[in-house]
Write a protein that binds this ligand. Structure first.
Ligand SMILES: *Cc1c(COP(=O)(O)O)cnc(C)c1O
Length: 495
C-alpha cells in the first residue's frame, strides 16, 4: 500500500516514508492512496482476540511494508501491562442498555493520546531504519495539554530521538502542567509559550517550514518530525480501538454481527473522530458519527452548514484539550469526501490560511450531513453531564467525555435515534479534578496534587497510579517564552 498527500497525489510514499516525514513538503497530510476493507469474517475472527492481536491485524492492513513479527513486538511493548493498567487496554464500560463508554485512558498519562503515542515511537524508529536513515529525529510537539505529555512518555530515552514540547502557558489544567514540568528522560525538553494553543501550533508549523533551520539541523544529522495528530502514525493506532470496541460488543453479546452502532466522539483537531470515520470506511457497521465540541464549536457549525470559519472568539474551557479553532485533520476527511481531489483540498486550505474560512461544495456538504451529526456543550452543560452521570450511574467522567455525553443526549432527544452508541472517553477524570469536583458539588478546593486525593475521597474512586506518583516528582521545566522565541528554544535544545 502506498501513501499520498492530501494536496498532491502524484507522488507515492511508502508507509515508512509517510510516517518518518510526518507532513508532506507542500503542507499536505499523508494518507493511504486507497483504504483497506475488512474481509467478511474479520470482525467475527477478531472478537476473540486480545487488543494487541487486533492491533497487529488492523495496522498490518495499512503498514504493508512491516512484518507481522515487527508489529507483534511493538504492540506487546506499547500496550503491555507495564504501560496499561488493564489487560483489556481499551475496555468498553456499559453505562445503560444502549450507551457504552470506550475508556481510552488506561495508559501511562491517563488520556487517550497514549493509545497512539505509545505506538508512534516504534513506528517512527522502525520507519527510519527501513529508510536507511541514521539521523537523529527531533520530535517537535505543540500540545493543548495531553499530547505533549503522552508523546514524551512514549519517546523518553528512545535511541536516536529527542523530543521538545511547547504548550500554552495558561491553557492547560494544573495536573497537566505538573505532568509536563516533571517529565523525566534525558532526551526531553518542555517549554510553555505565552498565547493559546493555536498560537503554539502555528509557531511549531512555522518551525517545520523554516528552511534555514532545517538546513542548520541537517548539518548536525538531525531532522524534525511531528508527533501531532497530523502524523499518519498517530491516526492509525486510533482506528484500532473503534474496531476493537465493536468486537467487544459482539463478544459480550450486546450486539449481533452486522448491527449498526453510532459513535460519539469529543474532538478538537478532528483526529479521534477521523479514526472512527476510517473504521467505518473499512466496514465496521457504524451508522452515525456524532461529533462533539465544546464552546469552540467551529466543527459543529462546519458539519451543519458546510462553512468552516475560524474567525470567532476563542474560549478557554474546562475541556482544554479541545480548545482548538483549526482542526488540522479535517483536511483528510475533505480529501476522502472530494473523491481524492487534491486540487480542491489545496484550494480550501489556501482559503483557510488566507481568510480563515472556506465553504465546501454542495456534493461534499451532502456527504458530510449524511455521515455526521454534530453538537456542542458549553461549560454549564459539560458540568451538568458529569453530575448526571455520577448521580444516576455512579460513573465518573472527565470534562471532555462529558462534552460527548451532553451532545449524545441532545442528539437522541432531537432525532429519536436509539441506536446503541459508543462514546469515546478520552481522559481520566483525575486529570481535570478541579472541574470534576465542581461538577459533583464539592465547593472547597485543595491545591495542586492534593486535588487528586480530594476527588478520590469525594467519590471513592482510586487515583490512577501515574497521577498518584506526581507528588514525589521534581519540577524540571519551569520556563516560558514568547512565541517569537520558539526557534531559539529549538536551537538551544539541540546544541
Ligand atoms: C486530544 C484530546 C481530545 C481531542 O482529540 P482530537 O485529536 O482533537 O480529536 C479530546 N479529549 C482529550 C482528553 C484529549 O486529550
Amino acid at each position: 500500500m502506498y501513501y499520498v498527500s492530501t494536496r498532491n497525489k502524484q507522488l507515492e510514499f511508502t508507509p515508512a516514508q509517510a510516517i518518518s516525514q510526518g507532513l508532506s513538503r507542500e503542507g499536505g497530510l499523508f494518507l493511504p492512496a486507497a483504504l483497506p476493507r475488512l474481509p467478511g469474517h474479520a470482525l467475527e475472527n477478531l472478537k476473540n482476540m486480545s487488543y494487541q492481536q487486533r492491533a497487529v491485524y488492523i495496522m498490518g492492513l495499512y503498514l504493508t511494508h512491516f512484518t507481522t513479527s515487527e508489529l507483534t513486538a511493538y504492540t506487546a511493548k506499547a500496550y503491555g501491562p507495564e504501560k496499561f493498567d488493564t489487560r483489556a487496554v481499551a475496555p468498553v464500560h456499559k453505562v445503560d442498555g444502549k450507551t457504552y463508554c470506550l475508556e481510552l485512558w488506561h495508559g501511562p498519562t491517563c488520556a487517550f493520546k497514549d493509545m497512539a503515542l505509545q505506538m508512534l515511537p516504534y513506528l517512527l524508529t522502525a520507519s527510519m531504519r527501513k529508510n536507511y536513515d541514521n539521523r537523529t529525529v527531533c520530535v517537535l510537539v505543540a500540545t493543548s495539554g495531553d499530547t505533549g505529555k503522552a508523546a514524551m512518555e512514549g519517546f523518553r530515552d528512545v535511541d536516536q530521538t529527542k523530543i521538545l514540547t511547547f504548550y500554552p502557558k495558561d491553557g492547560v489544567s494544573e495536573v497537566q502542567a505538573l505532568q509536563m514540568k516533571t517529565q523525566e528522560g534525558e532526551n526531553v525538553g518542555v517549554c510553555s509559550v505565552v498565547g493559546n494553543f493555536d498560537d503554539v501550533q502555528t509557531g511549531v508549523k512555522q518551525l517545520f517550514s523554516d528552511e534555514a533551520l532545517r538546513a542548520q539541523l541537517e548539518e548536525n544529522h538531525i531532522f524534525l518530525s511531528s508527533a501531532n495528530s497530523i502524523n499518519w502514525g498517530r491516526v492509525l493506532p486510533q482506528i484500532v480501538y473503534y474496531v476493537s470496541a465493536y468486537c467487544d460488543l459482539l463478544r459480550d453479546g450486546e450486539i449481533a454481527n452486522g448491527d449498526a452502532i453510532n459513535v460519539c466522539v469529543p474532538t478538537g483537531n478532528f483526529g479521534n473522530i477521523l479514526a472512527a470515520y476510517y473504521a467505518r470506511e473499512m466496514g465496521v457497521p457504524i451508522a452515525k458519527l456524532i461529533c462533539a465540541s465544546n464552546s469552540n464549536n467551529v466543527l459543529t457549525d462546519f458539519l451543519r452548514t458546510g462553512t468552516y470559519d475560524k474567525n470567532r472568539t476563542f474560549f478557554h474551557t474546562v475541556s482544554p484539550s479541545m480548545d482548538i479553532l483549526i482542526s488540522s485533520n479535517l483536511e483528510r476527511l475533505l480529501y476522502a469526501l472530494s473523491g481524492g481531489d487534491d486540487r480542491c483540498v489545496a484550494g480550501y486550505m489556501e482559503q483557510l490560511a488566507g481568510t480563515g474560512s472556506y465553504t465546501v461544495d454542495e456534493d461534499i456538504r451532502k456527504k458530510l450531513t449524511a455521515l455526521f451529526d454534530a453538537g456542542y456543550a458549553d461549560e454549564e452543560a459539560t458540568k451538568s453531564a458529569i453530575g448526571r452521570l455520577w448521580t444516576e450511574h455512579r460513573y465518573l467522567i472527565d470534562t471532555h467525555t462529558a462534552v460527548a455525553f451532553h451532545v449524545l443526549e441532545e442528539y437522541r432527544a432531537r432525532t429519536g435515534d436509539e441506536t446503541p452508541t459508543v462514546v469515546a472517553s478520552t481522559a481520566s477524570p483525575f486529570k481535570f479534578c478541579d472541574a470534576v469536583l465542581d461538577a459533583i458539588g464539592v465547593e472547597e478546593r485543595a491545591q495542586g496534587a492534593a486535588l487528586l486525593d480530594q476527588l478520590a475521597e469525594a467519590t471513592g474512586v482510586a487515583v490512577p497510579r501515574p497521577l498518584a506518583g506526581l507528588r514525589e516528582k521534581t519540577v524540571r521545566f519551569d520556563g516560558w517564552v514568547q512565541k517569537e522565541q520558539m526557534k531559539a528554544v529549538v536551537t538551544g535544545f539541540l546544541k
